[in-house]
Write a protein that binds this ligand. Sequence first.
Ligand SMILES: Cc1cc2nc3c(=O)[nH]c(=O)nc-3n(C[C@H](O)[C@H](O)[C@H](O)COP(=O)(O)O)c2cc1C
Length: 210
Amino acid sequence: MTQFYSISEIEKLDKIYRANLINSISGLKPANLIGTKSASGQTNLAIFSSVIHLGANPALLGLIVRPAMVPRHSYENMRETGFFTINHVQKDITKKAHYTSAKFDKNISEFDVCGLTAEFQNDFFAPFVKESSIKIGLKLVDEIPIKLNGTILMIGKIEQIYFPKEIITETGNLELNMAESVCASGLETYYMPYKFAEFPYAKIDKLPQF
Ligand SMILES: Cc1cc2nc3c(=O)[nH]c(=O)nc-3n(C[C@H](O)[C@H](O)[C@H](O)COP(=O)(O)O)c2cc1C
């Protein structure tokens, strides 16, 4: 049986119920840990599921930060220093990654309280997560406010990438199931993806029979 909600019914739903429903209805999202460091040297780590691909040349990724009604440490550090890292959540660190979302004071590093290790590599300013096997170092290049709800699209240019050699295919795709990279739905639930299909680039003169 199908459940139907009109916009007026959606607007009347309980706040948390609606947040989970609307956050999960767009589908699975990548679970990533955002690593930053303040100008004074304090490291910070937070789980984000809004990382999106914006283009490969230049290599740009975006992420959405929530409105700054409460202190947003990742956002503040990104603006203050211009650098951040994106680190895949892998299956074995999911629980630790989840709890980085708690509202810790700015002088507390989620790396320490959640049992993850800050790693500084190749002179990159922001910390990577040692326990993560796919990591990206980015420079903040733009910030676009979304007027409707006060969220902000932060745009980063990729400066460094790290991944296990054995998971890349001949055509440059990362086999994310081999890395056990986790997906998130809503703010409470995590999934493991599995690869079940692969097709060549779709061209209208090479369509299969349906
Ligand atoms: C699965 C999951 C996904 C999340 N995704 C985002 C996100 O995309 N953007 C965001 O601003 N907060 C997101 N959060 C909330 C942040 O993790 C949380 O606000 C955290 O306290 C931010 O830490 P900070 O103040 O150190 O930056 C998410 C939380 C969870 C559990």
